[in-house]
Design a protein around this ligand. Structure first.
Ligand code: NAD
Ligand code: TYD
Length: 336
Protein backbone atom coordinates (compact mmCIF):
# COMPACT_ATOMS: atom_id res chain seq x y z
CA UNK A 1 0.00 0.00 0.00
CA UNK A 2 1.21 3.50 -0.82
CA UNK A 3 -0.05 6.22 1.52
CA UNK A 4 0.32 9.91 0.79
CA UNK A 5 0.39 11.93 4.00
CA UNK A 6 0.15 15.72 3.99
CA UNK A 7 1.40 17.94 6.82
CA UNK A 8 3.65 15.17 8.11
CA UNK A 9 6.55 17.50 8.90
CA UNK A 10 4.39 18.81 11.75
CA UNK A 11 3.69 17.36 15.18
CA UNK A 12 1.00 14.71 14.72
CA UNK A 13 1.79 13.81 11.10
CA UNK A 14 5.46 13.09 11.86
CA UNK A 15 4.54 10.92 14.85
CA UNK A 16 1.98 9.13 12.67
CA UNK A 17 4.54 8.42 9.90
CA UNK A 18 6.90 6.89 12.45
CA UNK A 19 4.07 4.86 13.96
CA UNK A 20 2.67 3.63 10.62
CA UNK A 21 6.06 2.74 9.09
CA UNK A 22 6.80 0.61 12.16
CA UNK A 23 3.37 -1.03 12.13
CA UNK A 24 3.44 -1.71 8.36
CA UNK A 25 6.93 -2.61 7.16
CA UNK A 26 5.65 -2.98 3.58
CA UNK A 27 4.02 0.46 3.28
CA UNK A 28 5.42 3.15 1.03
CA UNK A 29 5.01 6.58 2.56
CA UNK A 30 4.92 9.79 0.55
CA UNK A 31 4.96 12.99 2.58
CA UNK A 32 3.73 16.29 1.13
CA UNK A 33 4.35 19.39 3.22
CA UNK A 34 4.76 23.09 2.50
CA UNK A 35 7.17 23.46 5.44
CA UNK A 36 5.48 26.47 6.99
CA UNK A 37 6.81 27.79 10.32
CA UNK A 38 5.22 24.65 11.89
CA UNK A 39 6.81 22.14 9.49
CA UNK A 40 10.22 20.79 10.41
CA UNK A 41 12.01 18.02 8.52
CA UNK A 42 14.04 17.29 11.64
CA UNK A 43 10.80 15.70 12.92
CA UNK A 44 11.22 12.99 10.25
CA UNK A 45 15.00 12.62 10.29
CA UNK A 46 14.97 9.07 11.67
CA UNK A 47 12.62 7.70 8.98
CA UNK A 48 13.63 9.85 6.02
CA UNK A 49 16.53 7.62 4.92
CA UNK A 50 14.26 4.60 4.36
CA UNK A 51 13.95 3.74 0.63
CA UNK A 52 10.16 3.47 1.07
CA UNK A 53 9.93 7.09 2.26
CA UNK A 54 9.65 10.06 -0.09
CA UNK A 55 9.20 13.77 0.54
CA UNK A 56 7.72 16.48 -1.68
CA UNK A 57 7.69 20.11 -0.66
CA UNK A 58 4.37 21.52 -1.89
CA UNK A 59 1.41 23.64 -0.84
CA UNK A 60 -1.86 21.67 -0.67
CA UNK A 61 -3.62 24.69 -2.22
CA UNK A 62 -1.44 24.44 -5.36
CA UNK A 63 -3.62 22.29 -7.63
CA UNK A 64 -0.89 22.01 -10.30
CA UNK A 65 1.79 20.79 -7.92
CA UNK A 66 -0.58 18.45 -6.07
CA UNK A 67 -1.86 17.04 -9.39
CA UNK A 68 1.71 16.33 -10.57
CA UNK A 69 2.68 14.66 -7.29
CA UNK A 70 -0.44 12.47 -7.30
CA UNK A 71 0.07 11.49 -10.97
CA UNK A 72 3.68 10.55 -10.25
CA UNK A 73 3.07 8.72 -6.96
CA UNK A 74 -0.37 7.19 -7.60
CA UNK A 75 -1.21 6.76 -3.90
CA UNK A 76 -3.76 4.18 -2.75
CA UNK A 77 -4.75 6.30 0.24
CA UNK A 78 -4.44 9.92 1.37
CA UNK A 79 -4.36 11.30 4.91
CA UNK A 80 -4.66 15.07 5.26
CA UNK A 81 -2.94 16.38 8.40
CA UNK A 82 -1.85 19.62 6.72
CA UNK A 83 -3.40 22.69 8.31
CA UNK A 84 -2.79 25.94 10.06
CA UNK A 85 -3.38 24.81 13.64
CA UNK A 86 -2.81 27.44 16.31
CA UNK A 87 -6.03 29.01 17.63
CA UNK A 88 -4.27 32.17 18.82
CA UNK A 89 -2.75 32.76 15.37
CA UNK A 90 -6.20 32.28 13.79
CA UNK A 91 -7.57 35.03 16.05
CA UNK A 92 -4.73 37.28 14.95
CA UNK A 93 -5.31 36.63 11.21
CA UNK A 94 -7.91 34.15 9.95
CA UNK A 95 -7.10 34.46 6.21
CA UNK A 96 -4.35 31.85 5.93
CA UNK A 97 -6.48 29.45 7.99
CA UNK A 98 -9.35 29.69 5.55
CA UNK A 99 -7.04 29.27 2.56
CA UNK A 100 -5.04 26.27 3.77
CA UNK A 101 -7.65 24.47 5.82
CA UNK A 102 -10.59 24.85 3.43
CA UNK A 103 -9.23 25.41 -0.09
CA UNK A 104 -6.29 23.07 0.54
CA UNK A 105 -8.68 20.30 1.56
CA UNK A 106 -10.81 20.95 -1.52
CA UNK A 107 -7.73 20.72 -3.77
CA UNK A 108 -6.64 17.42 -2.21
CA UNK A 109 -10.11 15.91 -2.55
CA UNK A 110 -10.50 17.10 -6.17
CA UNK A 111 -7.20 15.49 -7.13
CA UNK A 112 -8.00 12.35 -5.10
CA UNK A 113 -11.29 12.07 -6.95
CA UNK A 114 -9.69 12.47 -10.38
CA UNK A 115 -7.09 9.83 -9.63
CA UNK A 116 -9.53 7.38 -8.01
CA UNK A 117 -7.85 7.27 -4.59
CA UNK A 118 -9.32 4.35 -2.63
CA UNK A 119 -9.46 6.08 0.80
CA UNK A 120 -9.22 9.73 1.81
CA UNK A 121 -8.93 10.45 5.53
CA UNK A 122 -9.51 14.02 6.72
CA UNK A 123 -7.95 14.78 10.12
CA UNK A 124 -10.52 17.00 11.79
CA UNK A 125 -10.76 18.07 15.43
CA UNK A 126 -13.12 18.09 18.42
CA UNK A 127 -13.06 21.90 18.18
CA UNK A 128 -15.72 21.64 15.44
CA UNK A 129 -18.27 20.96 18.22
CA UNK A 130 -17.62 24.23 20.06
CA UNK A 131 -17.73 24.35 23.83
CA UNK A 132 -19.37 22.29 26.60
CA UNK A 133 -20.65 23.32 30.01
CA UNK A 134 -19.71 21.27 33.08
CA UNK A 135 -21.69 18.20 31.94
CA UNK A 136 -22.01 16.11 28.78
CA UNK A 137 -19.63 14.95 26.07
CA UNK A 138 -19.38 15.42 22.29
CA UNK A 139 -20.73 12.54 20.21
CA UNK A 140 -20.46 12.35 16.42
CA UNK A 141 -24.07 13.62 16.28
CA UNK A 142 -23.50 16.72 18.43
CA UNK A 143 -24.17 20.02 16.63
CA UNK A 144 -21.18 21.67 14.97
CA UNK A 145 -20.70 25.06 16.65
CA UNK A 146 -17.10 26.19 16.07
CA UNK A 147 -16.03 29.27 18.01
CA UNK A 148 -12.62 30.28 16.65
CA UNK A 149 -11.59 31.00 13.05
CA UNK A 150 -9.37 27.90 13.30
CA UNK A 151 -12.29 25.72 14.40
CA UNK A 152 -14.61 27.21 11.76
CA UNK A 153 -12.09 26.50 8.99
CA UNK A 154 -11.65 22.92 10.21
CA UNK A 155 -15.43 22.51 10.31
CA UNK A 156 -15.73 23.64 6.70
CA UNK A 157 -13.10 21.08 5.66
CA UNK A 158 -14.77 18.35 7.73
CA UNK A 159 -18.12 19.04 6.02
CA UNK A 160 -16.48 19.16 2.60
CA UNK A 161 -15.31 15.59 3.20
CA UNK A 162 -18.93 14.65 3.87
CA UNK A 163 -20.10 16.51 0.74
CA UNK A 164 -17.49 14.84 -1.50
CA UNK A 165 -18.66 11.43 -0.24
CA UNK A 166 -22.34 12.21 -0.81
CA UNK A 167 -21.94 14.10 -4.09
CA UNK A 168 -19.04 12.40 -5.85
CA UNK A 169 -18.72 9.10 -4.00
CA UNK A 170 -15.15 9.90 -2.90
CA UNK A 171 -14.52 7.37 -0.08
CA UNK A 172 -13.85 9.96 2.63
CA UNK A 173 -13.37 9.27 6.33
CA UNK A 174 -13.15 11.87 9.11
CA UNK A 175 -11.58 11.70 12.57
CA UNK A 176 -12.31 14.31 15.25
CA UNK A 177 -9.67 14.06 17.94
CA UNK A 178 -9.13 15.94 21.19
CA UNK A 179 -5.92 17.74 22.33
CA UNK A 180 -2.76 15.77 21.56
CA UNK A 181 0.49 15.82 23.52
CA UNK A 182 3.83 14.12 22.92
CA UNK A 183 7.24 14.66 21.29
CA UNK A 184 7.87 17.09 18.41
CA UNK A 185 4.97 19.44 19.25
CA UNK A 186 5.68 23.01 18.21
CA UNK A 187 6.45 25.00 21.38
CA UNK A 188 3.62 27.49 20.96
CA UNK A 189 1.08 24.89 22.18
CA UNK A 190 0.36 24.64 25.90
CA UNK A 191 2.52 21.70 27.05
CA UNK A 192 5.80 22.28 25.14
CA UNK A 193 5.42 26.06 25.54
CA UNK A 194 5.21 25.75 29.31
CA UNK A 195 8.00 23.13 29.56
CA UNK A 196 10.40 25.33 27.61
CA UNK A 197 9.45 28.46 29.59
CA UNK A 198 9.85 26.65 32.93
CA UNK A 199 13.21 25.30 31.78
CA UNK A 200 14.30 28.91 31.24
CA UNK A 201 13.10 29.86 34.74
CA UNK A 202 10.32 32.02 33.28
CA UNK A 203 6.67 32.35 34.31
CA UNK A 204 3.99 30.50 32.35
CA UNK A 205 0.93 32.51 31.15
CA UNK A 206 -2.38 30.84 32.08
CA UNK A 207 -5.31 32.33 30.16
CA UNK A 208 -8.32 33.61 32.16
CA UNK A 209 -9.08 31.64 35.33
CA UNK A 210 -7.28 28.50 34.09
CA UNK A 211 -10.42 26.40 34.58
CA UNK A 212 -10.87 25.54 30.89
CA UNK A 213 -10.92 21.78 30.38
CA UNK A 214 -9.25 19.82 27.58
CA UNK A 215 -9.37 16.04 26.98
CA UNK A 216 -5.68 15.15 26.52
CA UNK A 217 -4.58 12.18 24.41
CA UNK A 218 -1.07 10.91 23.72
CA UNK A 219 -0.15 11.33 20.06
CA UNK A 220 0.54 7.57 19.71
CA UNK A 221 -3.04 6.84 20.78
CA UNK A 222 -4.22 9.27 18.10
CA UNK A 223 -1.98 7.50 15.54
CA UNK A 224 -3.41 4.13 16.54
CA UNK A 225 -6.92 5.47 15.91
CA UNK A 226 -6.02 7.08 12.56
CA UNK A 227 -4.51 3.82 11.34
CA UNK A 228 -7.60 1.86 12.36
CA UNK A 229 -9.96 4.33 10.65
CA UNK A 230 -7.85 4.37 7.49
CA UNK A 231 -7.86 0.58 7.24
CA UNK A 232 -11.21 -0.41 8.69
CA UNK A 233 -13.43 2.70 8.93
CA UNK A 234 -16.57 2.95 6.86
CA UNK A 235 -16.45 5.57 4.07
CA UNK A 236 -18.72 8.56 4.71
CA UNK A 237 -18.37 8.13 8.47
CA UNK A 238 -16.99 10.34 11.23
CA UNK A 239 -15.08 8.88 14.21
CA UNK A 240 -14.45 10.73 17.48
CA UNK A 241 -11.08 10.04 19.11
CA UNK A 242 -10.49 11.02 22.75
CA UNK A 243 -8.15 10.41 25.64
CA UNK A 244 -10.85 9.95 28.31
CA UNK A 245 -8.67 12.32 30.27
CA UNK A 246 -10.19 15.69 31.15
CA UNK A 247 -7.91 18.17 32.88
CA UNK A 248 -8.16 21.86 33.66
CA UNK A 249 -5.34 24.04 32.40
CA UNK A 250 -4.41 24.74 36.02
CA UNK A 251 -4.02 21.01 36.68
CA UNK A 252 -1.75 20.63 33.65
CA UNK A 253 0.23 23.69 34.70
CA UNK A 254 0.72 22.37 38.24
CA UNK A 255 1.85 18.97 36.93
CA UNK A 256 4.39 20.65 34.64
CA UNK A 257 5.62 22.98 37.39
CA UNK A 258 6.17 19.95 39.66
CA UNK A 259 7.86 17.92 36.91
CA UNK A 260 10.24 20.83 36.24
CA UNK A 261 11.04 21.31 39.95
CA UNK A 262 9.53 24.81 40.11
CA UNK A 263 6.95 26.34 42.47
CA UNK A 264 3.62 28.16 42.21
CA UNK A 265 5.35 31.52 41.67
CA UNK A 266 6.16 30.28 38.14
CA UNK A 267 2.49 30.62 37.17
CA UNK A 268 0.85 33.91 36.18
CA UNK A 269 -2.70 34.61 35.04
CA UNK A 270 -3.05 36.65 31.85
CA UNK A 271 -6.12 38.03 30.01
CA UNK A 272 -8.29 35.33 28.49
CA UNK A 273 -8.21 34.24 24.84
CA UNK A 274 -11.24 35.77 23.01
CA UNK A 275 -13.97 33.16 22.44
CA UNK A 276 -12.03 30.70 24.63
CA UNK A 277 -13.86 27.34 24.63
CA UNK A 278 -14.61 26.29 28.20
CA UNK A 279 -14.62 22.54 28.00
CA UNK A 280 -14.03 19.73 25.49
CA UNK A 281 -14.93 16.12 26.30
CA UNK A 282 -15.19 13.26 23.84
CA UNK A 283 -17.58 10.35 23.71
CA UNK A 284 -15.56 7.74 21.80
CA UNK A 285 -18.09 4.87 22.10
CA UNK A 286 -18.36 4.56 18.30
CA UNK A 287 -14.68 3.92 17.54
CA UNK A 288 -14.43 1.58 20.54
CA UNK A 289 -17.44 -0.46 19.42
CA UNK A 290 -16.84 -0.47 15.65
CA UNK A 291 -13.05 -0.57 15.43
CA UNK A 292 -11.98 -1.78 18.89
CA UNK A 293 -9.79 1.31 19.45
CA UNK A 294 -9.24 2.90 22.86
CA UNK A 295 -6.45 5.01 24.38
CA UNK A 296 -3.59 2.95 25.87
CA UNK A 297 -1.12 5.49 27.26
CA UNK A 298 -1.83 6.41 30.92
CA UNK A 299 -1.72 10.21 31.18
CA UNK A 300 0.79 10.54 34.05
CA UNK A 301 3.23 8.17 32.28
CA UNK A 302 2.72 9.86 28.91
CA UNK A 303 3.18 13.34 30.35
CA UNK A 304 6.32 12.34 32.28
CA UNK A 305 7.82 10.76 29.15
CA UNK A 306 6.91 13.84 27.13
CA UNK A 307 8.55 16.25 29.59
CA UNK A 308 11.63 14.00 29.59
CA UNK A 309 11.66 14.05 25.78
CA UNK A 310 11.76 17.86 25.70
CA UNK A 311 14.52 17.89 28.32
CA UNK A 312 16.54 15.26 26.40
CA UNK A 313 15.98 17.04 23.08
CA UNK A 314 16.81 20.59 24.00
CA UNK A 315 18.70 21.03 20.70
CA UNK A 316 15.46 20.29 18.81
CA UNK A 317 13.38 22.98 20.49
CA UNK A 318 16.24 25.49 20.68
CA UNK A 319 16.58 25.20 16.89
CA UNK A 320 12.82 25.74 16.59
CA UNK A 321 12.83 28.77 18.87
CA UNK A 322 15.82 30.30 17.07
CA UNK A 323 14.27 29.65 13.65
CA UNK A 324 17.35 27.61 12.67
CA UNK A 325 15.17 24.65 11.66
CA UNK A 326 13.83 26.74 8.78
CA UNK A 327 17.04 26.10 6.84
CA UNK A 328 16.89 22.36 7.56
CA UNK A 329 15.34 21.64 4.15
CA UNK A 330 18.33 23.06 2.27
CA UNK A 331 20.82 21.29 4.55
CA UNK A 332 18.83 18.05 4.36
CA UNK A 333 19.04 17.99 0.57
CA UNK A 334 22.65 19.11 0.48
CA UNK A 335 23.58 16.03 2.52
CA UNK A 336 21.70 13.47 0.42
P1 NAD B 1 1.24 21.33 13.15
O1 NAD B 1 0.94 22.78 13.08
O2 NAD B 1 2.29 20.84 14.07
O3 NAD B 1 1.61 20.80 11.67
C1 NAD B 1 0.94 21.22 10.52
C2 NAD B 1 1.77 20.80 9.30
O4 NAD B 1 1.05 21.18 8.11
C3 NAD B 1 3.14 21.47 9.22
O5 NAD B 1 4.12 20.52 8.87
C4 NAD B 1 2.97 22.50 8.10
O6 NAD B 1 4.18 22.77 7.40
C5 NAD B 1 1.95 21.79 7.21
N1 NAD B 1 1.21 22.75 6.37
C6 NAD B 1 0.59 23.89 6.76
N2 NAD B 1 0.05 24.51 5.71
C7 NAD B 1 0.31 23.75 4.62
C8 NAD B 1 0.01 23.84 3.24
N3 NAD B 1 -0.68 24.89 2.76
N4 NAD B 1 0.42 22.86 2.41
C9 NAD B 1 1.14 21.81 2.88
N5 NAD B 1 1.48 21.67 4.18
C10 NAD B 1 1.07 22.63 5.04
O7 NAD B 1 -0.16 20.64 13.45
P2 NAD B 1 -0.54 19.32 14.28
O8 NAD B 1 -0.76 19.69 15.69
O9 NAD B 1 0.42 18.24 13.93
O10 NAD B 1 -1.97 18.99 13.64
C11 NAD B 1 -2.10 18.14 12.50
C12 NAD B 1 -3.57 18.00 12.14
O11 NAD B 1 -4.29 17.46 13.24
C13 NAD B 1 -4.25 19.33 11.80
O12 NAD B 1 -5.13 19.11 10.72
C14 NAD B 1 -5.02 19.67 13.08
O13 NAD B 1 -6.14 20.47 12.79
C15 NAD B 1 -5.40 18.29 13.57
N6 NAD B 1 -5.62 18.16 15.03
C16 NAD B 1 -4.67 18.60 15.90
C17 NAD B 1 -4.86 18.40 17.27
C18 NAD B 1 -3.80 18.82 18.27
O14 NAD B 1 -4.02 18.68 19.46
N7 NAD B 1 -2.62 19.29 17.85
C19 NAD B 1 -6.02 17.79 17.73
C20 NAD B 1 -6.98 17.37 16.80
C21 NAD B 1 -6.76 17.55 15.44
P1 TYD C 1 -3.56 25.03 22.94
O1 TYD C 1 -2.38 24.13 23.19
O2 TYD C 1 -3.36 26.29 22.16
O3 TYD C 1 -4.69 24.11 22.27
P2 TYD C 1 -6.25 24.46 21.94
O4 TYD C 1 -6.49 25.89 22.09
O5 TYD C 1 -6.34 24.02 20.50
O6 TYD C 1 -7.05 23.61 22.87
O7 TYD C 1 -4.18 25.43 24.35
C1 TYD C 1 -4.64 24.46 25.25
C2 TYD C 1 -5.32 25.19 26.40
O8 TYD C 1 -4.33 25.95 27.10
C3 TYD C 1 -6.36 26.18 25.94
O9 TYD C 1 -7.47 26.18 26.89
C4 TYD C 1 -5.66 27.52 25.99
C5 TYD C 1 -4.67 27.33 27.14
N1 TYD C 1 -3.40 28.09 27.03
C6 TYD C 1 -3.00 28.92 28.07
O10 TYD C 1 -3.68 29.04 29.11
N2 TYD C 1 -1.82 29.62 27.94
C7 TYD C 1 -1.05 29.51 26.81
O11 TYD C 1 0.00 30.20 26.74
C8 TYD C 1 -1.47 28.64 25.76
C9 TYD C 1 -0.64 28.51 24.50
C10 TYD C 1 -2.66 27.95 25.92
Amino acid sequence: MKVLITGAAGFIGSNFVRYAMKAHADWEVVVVDKLTYAGNLANLEDVAQAPRFRFHRADICDAGAIGRIFSQEKPDAVINFAAETHVDRSIDDPSLFLRTNILGTQTLMDVSRKLGVARYLQISTDEVYGSLGPAGRFSEDSPLQPNSPYAASKTAADLLARAYFKTYGLPTLVTRCSNNYGPYQFPEKLIPFFVTLLHEGKQVPVYGDGMNVRDWIHVDDHSRAVLAVLLHGKPGQVYNVGGGNERTNIEITKLLIAAMGRDASSMKFVPDRPGHDRRYAIDDAKIRAELGVSPQVPFEEGLEATVRWYLDNEAWWRAVLSGDYLTFYERWYANR
